[in-house]
Design a protein around this ligand. Structure first.
Ligand code: DSN
Length: 478
């Protein structure tokens, strides 16, 4: 597609939107302006291609299609069947999976679908509806106990949130921590690295039905062959949540024992992070688990979003290319450049570095909480998110870390030099930020003061890099 075609398509679409609600058209224009002008370092974000974005804006959005391919609860789903079949076929081929289910609307939906599917496959007993549960929000602890009992008191073992796991991996306030008896594994207190022997010991003692591997903030690769050995030894189903690193698997950066697909019974993912597709989720499974995964809708999910499934198909097609493989390798190389940039400037990183797309900076050495650091960086146009570090003394709200990711800026064309400069800018901001005090004169975990002129200096240097690596080059709205 040519730049002028894309420019004209978006300009005209915005005119159509403006004719109904001009403020939405204006906010949409502004979002592009803001995204173009910010240094996006949020590890879970990216920029999808115009082809992916455009695929989401069609009349497929209007179609209900509950059920599965060729077996719908609504008439007239022949084109949805085509779209879902193509998306699933691409996903199977891209990841070498036996089965792909592309309906989940998000990563959390994918994980919940996978949990229920594994329960359906592994556990006999009454389902939620049979347990007389009407409104999940009204459940007391005794109700939860009853519900868990109805599910056979099943156990889930996942990586703890502060070690880099995800909320849905058994974190107590999440439904995954309520519906299962959950237990969590962490990382070695000295190195910050996964300790497979400690994990095996915990798994032997806890005997989970499901062992969850995968992470949102762990800056290292995982050996999924070892994970499968541990799961097999204790009779667990191995579920891997690859939402964060799906692009590195698709792009063949994670191969062999670092590729979860040959080792996991069930793999869940999102499509919009390092994979650079539309906002959504999907599940890969072995043939054994396929029939229960296929029950995702209506067991757990609402009607499939056919326009997003279509966009997933387009994104999977893009990810099959050698261009995408080059991109994925650069994502990992750039993370190393960013980590080295921090280390040479004396900053402290969780695990001392990275070998995926994430760099986790421990900001306590700057005398700041994650919340203070995140806000000060944002003042200087650097968009990140605060994150817990292992055994975080500041908890999950204030935190002691800032998580950085390279997928988005790599899509813009940033390379080694730019990421080294990013490290310099971040260190400039953080070393010129002073923690504040509360009204009572106590140290504050939230307030801070950014030194005079720092935001301007950093914004100017960022703008030079952003201008040299434009987002959607050639796209000009009229
Ligand atoms: N919210 C995503 C992230 O930022 O990692 C995970 O769901």
């Amino acid at each position: 597609m040519t730049d002028s075609l894309i420019s004209s398509a978006y300009s005209q679409a915005l005119e159509v939107i403006a004719s109904v609600e001009p403020r939405i058209a204006e906010a949409t224009r502004q979002e592009l302006t803001d995204q173009r002008a910010s240094l996006k370092l949020i590890a879970s974000e990216n920029y999808a291609s115009p082809a992916v974005l455009m695929t989401m804006g069609t009349w497929f959005s209007d179609k209900y299609a509950e059920g599965t391919i060729g077996h719908r609860f609504y008439a007239g789903c022949q084109n949805v069947d085509t779209v879902e079949s193509i998306a699933a076929e691409h996903a199977r081929e891209l990841f070498g999976a036996e089965y792909a289910y592309v309906q989940p609307h998000s990563g959390i939906d994918a994980n919940l679908t996978a949990y229920w599917s594994i329960l359906a496959h592994r556990v006999e007993g009454p389902w939620l509806s049979d347990a007389g549960v009407k409104n999940m929000n009204d459940l007391s602890e005794a109700d939860w106990e009853k519900l868990r009992a109805s599910l056979g008191n099943q156990r889930l073992l996942g990586m703890s949130l502060d070690a880099g796991g995800h909320l849905t991996h058994g974190f107590r306030p999440n439904i995954s921590g309520k519906m299962f008896h959950q237990n969590q594994y962490g990382t070695d207190p000295e190195t910050g690295l996964l300790d497979y022997d400690a994990l095996l010991a915990k798994a032997r003692e806890f005997k989970p039905l499901i062992l969850v591997a995968g992470y949102s903030a762990y800056p290292r690769r995982v050996n999924f062959a070892k994970m499968r050995e541990i799961a097999d030894e204790v009779g667990a189903t191995l579920m891997v949540d690859m939402a964060h690193f799906a692009g590195l698997v698709a792009g063949k950066v994670f191969t062999g024992e670092e590729n979860p697909v040959p080792y996991a019974h069930v793999v869940t993912s999102t499509s919009h992070k390092s994979l650079r597709g539309p906002r959504g989720g999907f599940i890969l499974a072995t043939e054994e688990y396929a029939p229960s995964v296929d029950r995702g809708c209506p067991m757990v999910l609402g009607g499939p979003l056919s326009h997003v499934m279509a966009a997933k198909a387009v994104a999977f097609a893009e990810a099959r290319t050698t261009e995408f493989q080059g991109y994925a390798q650069k994502v990992a190389d750039n993370a190393k450049s960013l980590a080295e940039g921090f280390l040479t400037r004396g900053a402290k990183l969780v695990t001392g570095g990275t070998d995926n797309h994430i760099v986790l900076l421990d900001v306590s050495s700057f005398g700041l909480t994650g919340r203070q650091a995140e806000s000060a960086l944002l003042d200087a146009g650097v968009v990140t998110n605060r994150n817990s570090v292992p055994q975080d003394p500041n908890g999950a709200w204030y935190t002691s870390g800032i998580r950085f990711g390279t997928p988005a800026l790599t899509t813009r064309g940033f390379g080694h030099d730019e990421f080294d400069t990013v490290a310099d800018l971040v260190v400039d901001v953080l070393s010129n930020t002073q923690p504040g005090t509360t009204k009572a004169g106590e140290p504050s975990k939230a307030t801070y003061t950014l030194g005079d002129g720092v935001a301007d200096r950093v914004t100017k240097r960022s703008a030079e890099m952003l201008d040299a690596n434009p987002l959607y080059p050639g796209l000009e709205l009229t």
